[in-house]
Structure formats: C-alpha cells, structure tokens
Write a protein that binds this ligand. Structure first.
Ligand code: F6P
Ligand code: MG
Length: 514
C-alpha cells in the first residue's frame, strides 16, 4: 500500500516552531542553541588536550577548527532561521536526506518546517561537520556528557546490581530477581516483578541529557534514587542478607517471595499515579504468553536509561519469556544522549572490566566502598556480557532510526525494507522514550483522547495497518507537547495540576497497540 503521508502531509497538523507557545518553538529558540554551543566547547576542550607526542596533532587541530567553524555556522543558521541547505558529506544516508530536503522543504527553514524535521536535521548537520574530516569522523561530541551522568548514577546502578546478582538464599545462591521468577510465568511474584521492571525501564527515561540542558548531577541522582527507591530498599536488605546467617536469609527470602513490603508497594503506587495512560496489563498478557520469544527494544538514551533497559531485558530472559533480545541503537550521535553501538559495549565494559589494565589493584568505573556491591556490578556485567557473547542479546543499528521519517514509514519506505523484514520476526517491539514516541505518532497535534493504536497509523490496528507488525509498546516520559491515549477529562485535569505537564518529564505513558 502506498502511504498517503509525508513530512509535508502528516496525518494531523504537525508540531512546528511556528507556534510561539509550543515546546518546539522553545526548543529551537533556547534549548538547541545551548546544545550546539556545548558541542563546540567539547571539540575545543578535546583538541586543546591533545598530546604533544601525537604525530597527527597538527592535522587534528586543523580539522577541529574546521568543525568548530561549521558548527558555529549551523548555530547562526538556526538562530536566524536561515533556509535548510543540502548535506555535503559522503555518509551513506546523504542521498536520502538530500532527496527529502528537495522534495519536502526546498525553500523552508527551521521554524517553518515541522519541529520533528528541523530537530532531526540539526543532529544530522552536527554529524556532517565531523563526517567531513579524516580524524574526527567517528567522534561523539556527547560522549563525555553521557559518561559523566552515568557516573553520577552510581547509587541507583549499584542498588539494582545487588538485587539482580547477590545471593539471598545461601543454599541455592539465588538473587532476589531469580527468586521472584522461579515459580514460572503464572506466579504472582513473576507478575509483580514484571510490573516493577516496566516502571524501572519507564522512569529511566526521565533523566536524558537533551532535556537537561545543564544537568545538575545531584538532582539527577536524587531523581534516580526516588524512582528506584523500591529497588534500593530491597537491595540494602539483600546486601545484609548476604552477610547474614542462613536463618536470617530465609526470613528475607520469604519476604521477597511474597512481596509483602508495605513501603515498596506505596513507592510503586506513587509512581504509577504519574502514568497518565497505563497499558501494562495488556502488555503483561502478551509477555506471559511468550516462551523463548524475540523482543526488540528500540533504544533511547545511554547511561542510566540503557542500564535499566538491560535490567528489563535480563528479566525477560531469566523469566524465560525471551531467548533473543534485539537492541536497536543509533548510528550517529543523536539527540545528545541516544545510545550508539559503542555506548552499548562501553556500558557493559564499565561494569565488569577494570579501567586500569596493568595495576595490581584494579580500579573500576564505579567505586562503591562495599566489596559486595563491587562484586555485584562485576557479576552482573559478566552475566550481561555472556548474553551478548552467546547471541541472546544483539545490538544493531540502522540508518532509518536517524532519518527524518516518522515510523509510519517503517513498513513501506524503500530504505527501511531490510530493517522491517527483520523486525517482523519479532514478537514484541518496545519503543523507549520521547523521540521514539514522537516518531510513532508522527509528531502531530492529535486530540489527547485519540487511541494510541490509531495515532501510530500503519504500526497500529486501524485501516492503514501494515502486515506483520507485532504488538507495539511505548515506554515514554512526556517531554513534548503531544500525547494520545488519554481518557476524557485527563487533559483538563492535568492542565489544572501543572501547566507544563506535557513536557516536564514528570509524567508518563505506557501505551500498547495489540
Ligand atoms: O528536544 C526535543 C526532544 O525530542 C524532547 O521532546 C525530549 O526532551 C528530547 O528531545 C528527547 O527525549 P528522549 O531522549 O526521551 O527521546
Ligand atoms: Mg534520547
């Protein structure tokens, strides 16, 4: 079927910087110039720290200056709303991008085009500046930021690692998670763990770097501890149980298996209230029917969010629901914090590999003082690495994810055919985060009561439904002024509670199209 939609002809009016009251306008006006300036700062710092011993120092410096000039020019074009221009590098997606520019926006510019197009174009233009060089071609100007924020996530990272690996049962050496899933898919504990894991993966999306223009690391940590406090309460018990006598461990084991902690339930409930549309039950009905299935996770951000995506994928594997999890990453630096294949492997390495290879006393990226916690991180990293090594987890990337196209075009766009044919083999597609949500619903001004399954067009269940699409799920904290799937009255109620509820990242949706 030929799709009637295009960036110029979306299914509803597109969000655009033309509307001065929109988040798109605010993004173009204030957030993106800051992001662009920080990119320049990063290149500046990096080339100033090049070693004198580097024989290529001069060449690298010259290229860095060129990058800075090009990105400075980009900032100027954005701030003066200059017309888009074709890309000039030789990456494999250039032709596709230039075709789209010529077809849809030959004379358009940042504020006139759709917000989605402008924003994607900006990140592709940043990539162009690097792609035109020899020595900076693969450089990720956002990597340092990704790394710093991940480091500041230590508390939440460690507490979850302990839960997932530290034995709480001295006899079987099982961890909290293993115990929760040990009675099989139909057990209450497996179900409860699923609902918890979904929330952990969802709220991991609240701390991405593009929303936090100037991330206050203390705040990030606070947010994560709040979100993960249910996990932390269990993990500290797990650490003490691991040191305790078998009798003490047994007491804890019973508590865990029955999931009776009041505090724990209240924390989850508190967070669940902020999920404005929650289809977890529908998702669970699908997941519990899977045995050794394939689940595709279309990733969003690196660092803490990626870590909790691993936690979620690990649950699916341990519970026997999935024997294959395919992670889709981005090929180029994207929306600041998005995962690239390098980030994927780097994150695993930080958990289990020492940062200093030659020292007698190895040092690690995370440095909890408690040796049990350090052990937990390493055990978890090794376990996850083994999933990668034996093919249970796969990381892949495709140009389509960094194209200008909404996901309506995934089933039919010629350049996405190989991707779509492969993804059709999957039992479940999980889209993480805000931008993926925007691309699912074509970044339009849908009435908020539009059913999700309608708003996602060919990936949903309406007349345009494409053949071979499995259940589609979105875990998204709301950071853009589009949301669908709400019940009557929710929008009005939220407008009274918090004027910026659509964009603050404090509220969320878990949306499913069966
Ligand atoms: O900058 C715009 C935007 O798409 C926002 O909607 C959102 O804050 C951010 O970028 C990306 O968020 P996420 O990492 O969740 O996709
Ligand atoms: Mg992102």
């Amino acid at each position: 079927m030929t799709l009637p939609y295009s960036p110029l002809n979306p299914p509803q009016k597109a969000l655009s910087g033309q509307d001065k009251h929109s988040f798109g306008y605010a993004t173009l006006q204030s957030r993106l110039p800051v992001i662009v300036s920080k990119t320049v700062d990063d290149v500046y710092r990096t080339y100033h720290s090049l070693s004198d011993a580097d024989p290529l120092k001069k060449e690298k410096e010259q290229e860095a200056k060129k990058i800075i000039e090009l990105i400075g020019g980009l900032r100027y074009e954005l701030q003066r709303d200059k017309p888009f221009r074709p890309l000039t590098d030789t990456r494999e997606d250039v032709e596709e991008w230039n075709k789209a520019l010529a077809e849809y926006y030959p004379t358009s510019s940042w504020y006139k085009a759709s917000w989605l197009f402008s924003e994607c174009y900006l990140y592709r233009r940043i990539k162009e500046a690097f792609a035109l060089t020899q020595h900076w071609k693969d450089y990720d100007p956002f990597f340092e930021q990704k790394q710093t924020v991940f480091k500041s996530s230590q508390k939440a990272v460690v507490s979850m690692a302990v839960q997932l690996t530290t034995p709480v049962d001295v006899k079987t050496k099982k961890s909290v998670l293993d115990i929760k899933v040990q009675d099989g898919p139909e057990s209450k504990a497996t179900r409860d763990a699923f609902f918890e894991m979904v929330q952990v993966s969802l709220w991991g999306n609240a701390t991405d770097l593009s929303l936090l223009d100037n991330p206050d690391l203390a705040k990030v940590e606070q947010l994560q501890s709040r979100m993960m406090s249910s996990s932390s309460s269990n993990s500290s018990s797990a650490v003490s149980s691991a040191n305790a006598s078998p009798a003490a461990s047994t007491v804890h084991l019973n508590e865990v298996a029955q999931g009776t902690s009041e505090e724990h339930a209240t924390e989850l409930e508190k967070h669940a209230e902020k999920i404005l549309s929650n289809d977890t039950e529908l998702l669970w009905s699908k997941v519990k029917s899977l045995r050794n299935g394939r689940v595709d996770i279309i990733l969003d951000n690196a660092g803490f969010e990626l870590y909790v995506d691993f936690v979620f994928a690990d649950y699916l594997v341990r519970a026997g629901f999935a024997s294959e999890v395919v992670f889709h990453a981005k090929r180029i630096p994207w929306f600041v914090s998005d995962v690239m294949p390098f980030d994927f492997q780097w994150t695993l390495d930080q958990l289990h590999s020492p940062t200093t290879a030659t020292s007698d006393t190895p040092t690690y990226f995370f440095n909890p003082t408690n040796p049990i916690e350090q052990q937990a991180l390493q055990d978890l990293g090794k376990k996850w690495q083994s999933y990668v090594d034996n093919g249970t987890w796969k990381v892949t990337s495709h140009e389509f994810w960094t194209s200008c196209y909404a996901f309506y075009h995934l089933p039919t766009h010629p350049s996405a055919q190989d991707l779509f044919q492969d993804m059709r083999q999957s039992d479940l597609w999980i889209f993480k985060g805000d931008l993926n949500y925007r691309k699912l619903v074509y970044d339009c001004k849908w009435p908020t009561t539009t059913p999700f399954t309608k708003a996602i067009g060919p990936l949903g269940q309406g007349e345009e439904k494409a053949e071979g699409v499995p259940m589609v799920v979105s875990f998204r904290t709301c950071k853009a002024d589009v949301v669908v799937g709400l019940k009557e009255g929710v929008e009005e109620n939220m407008d009274n509670i918090a004027a910026n509820w659509m964009v603050s990242g404090e509220y969320a949706v878990i949306s499913v199209s069966p």
